[in-house]
Design a protein around this ligand. Sequence first.
Ligand code: CAA
Length: 286
Amino acid sequence: MHGIRKRFYSTINNVLVCGSGLMGRGIAQVTAFSGYNVTLYDIKQDVLNKALELIKDNLNHSFNKQLNDKTKAVEQTNKTLARIKASTDLNSTFVASSPDLVIEAIIEDLEAKKTLFAHLDKIAPPGVIFASNTSSLSITDIASGVSRKDNFVGLHFFSPVPIMKLVEIVKTEHSSPETAIICKDTPGFIVNRLLVPYLLESVKLYDQGIASIKDIDTAMKLGAGYPMGPFELLDYVGLDVVKFINDAWHAKNPQDPMFQPSQSINKLVAEGNLGKKTGKGFYDYT
Ligand code: CAA
């Protein structure tokens, strides 16, 4: 998959990443680490500031480990950070950064994504590739309002982005062969198609009183060799994200028992307990 990632990026120098949350900042980090110029765009300055701080810490950690020399690590971190610009002004940053590729990693909401891409389509010259990091929406639906459907793909990263070695490149029926060819535009692509039913089934086991959260996690870690149990992973990915995927798939397949809304997840999300990022989810991190 690394080769594919390289091929996809081969004619690209400048990358605009829209959204600086968990995924966006991770994508910006690995893209800059790989030598590309990155502009990170977000509507919120405080979120951008936090993203830059975390990227700096992560880069420093990686270079320290790689070089085993604190001074050189700081040098390399600063060099890499110099390739990342941050902005809350999409129009001016677009002109200044002249991106060859735009990767969208904003809120998992179809209308918000379509609005952003419609705007980008107006300001981006032809040939600029548009990519969405959506985890559950159809790439075809997200691309429906833009003129460059041939230059529109899914580019689906996994969390934590600097560590996970996979990127799913998702083509629609309009994507040109030069832009990408990996996986068809189907719900969940490959990983989430397999992962989300597994996570939801784990919650059902718990809801039905078959086993405790801790025992289910231990079972999957020790019995299947997974690095995290399903509840640890649910909290890690974010229960709001999982609820969004569950709701969207349930709306498309209302009869499928697999995607019936989960009481436990809905309750936790309603309480604002979204997992690790809020300090509480299935587990308490405070
Ligand atoms: N950002 C950057 N680096 C991180 C990190 C983060 N959020 N979390 C952990 N790391 C790094 C650590 O710094 C450490 O690096 P070094 O080896 O250089 O020190 C390395 O990862 C290992 O971390 P730990 O030793 O602390 O912990 P671990 O061995 O348990 O690994 C893990 C942590 C990599 C997250 C591992 O538990 C894991 O692989 N979990 C499964 C993750 C997974 O399934 N991701 C996919 C989620 S689904 C998704 O993202 C798609 C979607 O659309 C919803």
